[in-house]
Ligand binder design. Structure first.
Ligand SMILES: Cc1cc2nc3c(=O)[nH]c(=O)nc-3n(C[C@H](O)[C@H](O)[C@H](O)COP(=O)(O)O)c2cc1C
Length: 473
């Protein structure tokens, strides 16, 4: 291996090295080692490039210029803790930058075992902060400035350890010192093994943190990184965290569906028995209407085909009111072409074949009238299987009272739609007519969403749709 001593370098380079070393508080030899290590890491690592190539060359610890955040942009300081979910926080950086939010980032020592400062700084376009006693860091931006120059501190993943330290007021590293020194709002996205989450100590710390006014997003229920483990402890998805951040910062939600046409069906259908009676179901229209409202708020051009409902139609959407399944299909077909069709209506499977033209009358001595049923058109399958003007994304709901997963799987396969959102509508679930919903999304994979309000389901769905459409015009 070639050897080179500092003495062999030219005078100008030696002078520059001495200056750099003095500024960072290192010996000249250590400074050279640092420069070489950084250069080798940068050349050898492709991790950051796999996520997204940096806009400009960035070096670990180098003070590169911040990309111009929009004037008045909200500022988030992201603390990445040492958990497996740390990789998701790299995606969170992207999500926040997409939303025009300016982001600074601290990695805990443990976090550096899961993601590299290089990956994070490549996404940030600026250095990340790791050390409390970093002389070069203290030189241009100290921990007190990090704590003050932010509108919100987000800890994701919030490890059991960080939660304990925060609840106890510890300050033994950069992350905890900044958390203790800040007056900004703090949002935690906890992530840990379900047993760590359920542990009395963690729950005690959680109660303390909530009492201290700290906000939380997640954790969610689901598969853990450890094989065969399931339960409560998964970190909320980056989009969920981004939307919690938007709420806390009171920023306008991003116009995620600007320029897209979205069709939503909502509510029940009424299938006449005679001119005054009908067969209906308990659908309130709350979920479909919430989706239409969220799509409109995200900038989409929305047509809402609504069955008879008592909820108010959302502002800023084109509403087509219908009564029967056949009318609904007609209205849906007239609204095409659209980019996305979301079929949230509870459409009657059958209608009365022999509906009375006049009101059916009780007549003494006459037999009770028999209703004969005939199948209604399948709106979801009809649209999903269209050859012409098929929406890019066709999304159905599976309202089930039993075997929810098996029925949703079968429905996805038989209807030809892209996603099925399955929900339990059995009376004990309180979903029909209620304000909350628990959704499992089935597409190429399965994703269980935590129980949430129908408005939150709508917001989550819109971000997922925007994600799926991203890049397609
Ligand atoms: C492979 C591995 C995965 C870990 N995942 C988590 C995790 O998801 N959540 C957590 O609270 N701790 C997790 N830990 C433990 C933390 O890394 C450990 O408590 C560490 O001290 C946290 O440091 P920090 O809170 O300063 O980031 C994990 C440890 C290892 C070795």
């Amino acid at each position: 291996m070639a050897s080179l001593t500092v003495r062999q370098l030219d005078d100008r380079l030696k002078k520059l090295l001495r200056l750099r070393a003095a500024r960072s508080g290192r010996s000249v030899e250590d400074e050279v080692r640092t420069i070489l290590r950084d250069a080798a890491e940068e050349g050898g690592s492709r991790a950051a490039d796999l996520i997204e190539p940096p806009a400009s060359p960035t070096k670990r610890g180098a003070a590169v210029s911040r990309p111009a955040a929009p004037a008045g942009a909200k500022r988030v300081l992201l603390v990445i803790g040492g958990g497996i979910a740390a990789y998701k926080s790299l995606d969170l950086i992207r999500r926040l930058k997409e939303r025009g939010i300016s982001v600074r980032c601290i990695l805990t020592k443990a976090a550096e075992q899961f993601v590299t400062p290089l990956s994070a700084s490549a996404l940030l376009g600026e250095r990340v902060f790791t050390d409390l006693f970093d002389l070069s860091g203290e030189f241009d931006i100290g921990h007190i400035r990090l704590a003050r120059e932010t509108d919100l501190i987000v800890v994701a993943p919030a490890t059991a350890d960080l939660m304990a330290k925060l609840a106890g007021g510890h300050a033994d590293d950069l992350a905890t010192t900044v958390l203790l020194a800040t007056t900004a709002k703090i949002l935690l996205a906890p992530a840990m093994n379900p047993r760590m989450w359920a542990n009395k100590a963690t729950q005690r710390n959680l109660a303390q943190l909530i009492a201290d006014g700290i906000a939380l997003v997640g954790p969610n229920e689901g598969e853990m990184a450890e094989a065969l483990e399931r339960g409560l402890g998964r970190m909320a998805e980056p989009l969920e965290i981004a939307s919690a951040i938007e709420k806390l910062l009171s920023v306008q939600p991003m116009q995620l569906l600007q320029g897209r046409r979205v069709l939503v069906t909502s509510g029940p259908t009424h299938e006449p028995i005679d001119p005054v009676r009908y067969i209906a179901n308990r659908s309130s229209g709350k979920q479909g209407h919430a989706i239409a409202e969220a799509a409109a708020a995200a900038g989409a051009d929305v047509t809402l085909v609504s069955g008879p409902v008592n909820v108010t139609h959302p502002p800023g959407v084109k509403v087509v009111e219908v009564e029967t399944a056949r009318e609904m299909l007609q209205a849906v077909e007239s609204a095409l072409p659209v980019d996305v069709a979301i079929f949230a209506a509870a459409v009657a499977d059958w209608r009365v074949a022999n509906a009375g033209v006049q009101k059916l009358k009780k007549q003494a001595g006459k037999a009770t009238p028999e209703l004969s049923l005939v199948e209604n058109p399948d709106i979801l399958a009809t649209i999903a299987k269209r050859k012409m003007q098929r929406p890019r994304l066709v999304i159905g709901f599976a309202a089930e009272t039993e075997n929810i997963n098996a029925n949703a799987r079968a429905k996805l396969a038989s209807k030809g739609c892209d996603w099925i959102l399955a929900n339990d509508v059995s009376p004990q679930s309180g979903v029909m007519g209620g304000d909350c919903n628990t959704i499992t999304v089935r597409a190429s994979g399965v994703e269980a969403w935590k129980p949430q309000s129908k408005d939150e389901v709508a917001a989550t769905l819109i971000t997922r749709i925007a994600d799926a459409l991203r890049g397609s015009k």
